[in-house]
Design a protein around this ligand. Sequence first.
Ligand code: GDP
Length: 304
Amino acid sequence: MFNSLSDRLTATFKNLRGKGKLTEADIDGTAREIRRALLDADVAVPVVREFIGRIKERAMGAEVSEALNPGQQVVKIVNEELVGILGGQTRELQFAKQPPTIIMLAGLQGAGKTTLAGKLAFHLKNKGHAPLLVACDLQRPNAVRQLQVGGERANVPVYAPHPGVSSEAEVPTGDPVAVARDGVATAREKLHDVVIIDTAGRLGVDSELMQQAADIKAAVGAHETLFVIDAMIGQDAVNTAQAFNEGVDFTGVVLTKLDGDARGGAALSVAQVTGKPVMYASTGEGLKDFEVFHPDRMARRILD
Ligand code: GDP
């Protein structure tokens, strides 16, 4: 992820090396190169436009610095602006004063929600929490079973609609809202301090799916709603994120499949267009392929 973007930006900055003073033409040329690199990386057009506008404005007005030459100053500005579009500060989960903290996962089918649920449970368990996973994806065949397997790996219990679902192909029936409610009641009873609810996705955004997610959120009073998005979906990321932002008003974003070789535009667009922070990144199929998302580290990774 980001390899090509990273190479392009590094090459652009190389051209500024050794320059005593940057002319307007230097700044224009650099801005043009950065713009092209971002668009080729699939960053959404409005995000690129705003980003470039800010870079140019700041580079033109950059104060003469003793410590940094003009080229280094441009790199510094780009770095700061990248951190900004990635959401600024690291944002971790906010726990409810009165446990359990209820976390709901939402997103398209295949985004990586069920996989993430196990990883997040594992992460929180390692931090001393006692999570309960709740299986509310009653749409996708095997989603419940998959969550149960994830729970077993993370050594975290799973509340599922039919405890006895054993056949691989069986799709449990039931009302996902009722399952979510019962799951939270079970968490209270068994003194779990965190509940992670996996919900159903569809291949595309549709109103029924969105309504179901919104109904679950309202029924359980979720404290955090994490929008899970596959970073490989490119330009579609923005529309999908906006639809989920309107539909379920999520509190944070999880980017998945950052281990892939996609161009990374989704990662750079979603926080900016929704105004919601990226909180976690998933980087593989294993339980430990998961990290807290730090905008400053990600920006450094892109610019190094
Ligand atoms: P859901 O429909 O949103 O619950 O998606 P799943 O959790 O079932 O994930 C869909 C597919 O993507 C599965 O094959 C996962 O193993 C895979 N997957 C999930 N997260 C990642 C990731 O971070 N990296 C990679 N390479 N694959 C992932």
